[in-house]
Design a protein around this ligand. Structure first.
Ligand SMILES: [Zn+2]
Ligand SMILES: [Zn+2]
Length: 284
């Protein structure tokens, strides 16, 4: 059994067959947490979770939705709709019995919207992170952090909250693509690290080491299993050997298999320990 700790089954990619995807996943003994990215996807995620045992949801406002922007993903063109964080609305959603975390949200300096100054974008992203850290602290829920090209700034805010005795339930850094040092610093703060299908991608020539691994694979190999989670981030980041297809939550098995291969342990152990980790963190 496995838990896909981060997918988006409420997204457009599944509009014609979402229930089949969920059933297919549950039949393979894979549970899932479907993650909200703004108020509407947070609400629909909760509605789906209500209907299934083995499905939970989270609520949050992703940095992509703070400003209007358009960028290409491997599966579709993403056109974001803007939203300002509304604390009352999200607090209400957070009280739902199947809401297991606040997220995903965080700092993302990779996708910068045009026509807005970089300083202004960063200021707004940081403000929105703080608002959701406050909500998680108040509701005593863990957080799901999305972070890209901004780990230092993200760590600074996490350190400040932890020092102030907040974020008691801590959380997870999802879709980790940082360095060993960044991972260690999140561990020291009591956070989990989560890997997606990126871990299964063949290393690019320039990053391949003497051991034949990518730097991310080497980090996954070295990190303690007791602090790792597995996820798909479906519909994005489809793992090998299904590249080119739409990602589905059951494909988290390929991420678990990859970790087992890197650590040279049985996949059953990866499944058992990461499932325990997810149950503990999300209290499910
Ligand atoms: Zn993300
Ligand atoms: Zn996501």
């Amino acid at each position: 059994m496995l838990i896909d700790t981060h997918c988006h089954v409420q997204f457009h990619s599944y509009k014609n067959d979402m229930d089949e995807v969920i059933k297919r996943t549950l039949e393979k003994s894979v549970f899932m947490i479907t993650v909200g990215t703004q108020s509407d996807t947070s609400r629909t995620g909760l509605e789906i979770a209500e209907r299934y045992d083995g499905v939970w949801a989270t609520i949050g406002l992703h940095p992509y939705h703070l400003h209007e922007q358009e960028f290409g993903d491997e599966n579709e063109t993403i056109h974001t709709r803007t939203e300002k964080f509304n604390p009352e609305l999200f607090k209400k959603l957070a009280q739902h019995p199947k809401c297991v975390a606040i997220g995903e949200f965080g700092l993302d300096y990779f996708h910068m919207p045009p026509n807005v100054s970089r300083d202004e974008v960063i200021r707004e992203q940081k403000e929105t992170v703080r608002a959701q850290f406050d909500l998680a602290s108040e509701m005593n829920l863990p957080v799901i952090i999305h972070c890209r090209d901004a780990y230092e700034d993200q760590l600074a805010i996490v350190e400040e909250y932890v020092r102030d005795g907040k974020l008691a339930r801590r959380g997870v850094v999802h879709c980790f693509v940082g360095t060993q040092e960044i991972a260690d610093r999140f561990f020291e703060l009591g956070f989990y690290i989560s890997f997606t299908g990126i871990l299964t991608f063949p290393p690019r020539k320039k990053e391949i080491g003497e051991d034949g691994l990518s730097s991310l694979q080497r980090i996954a190999k070295n990190l303690p299993l007791e602090r790792l989670l597995v996820e798909t981030d479906a519909p994005y980041l489809t793992p090998v050997p299904h590249r080119g297809e739409r990602n589905e939550p059951w494909m988290v098995e390929f991420v678990a298999e990859k970790i087992a291969g890197l650590k040279q342990i049985e996949v059953e152990e990866v499944s058992r320990v990461t499932t325990e980790n997810a149950k503990k963190l999300f209290n499910i």
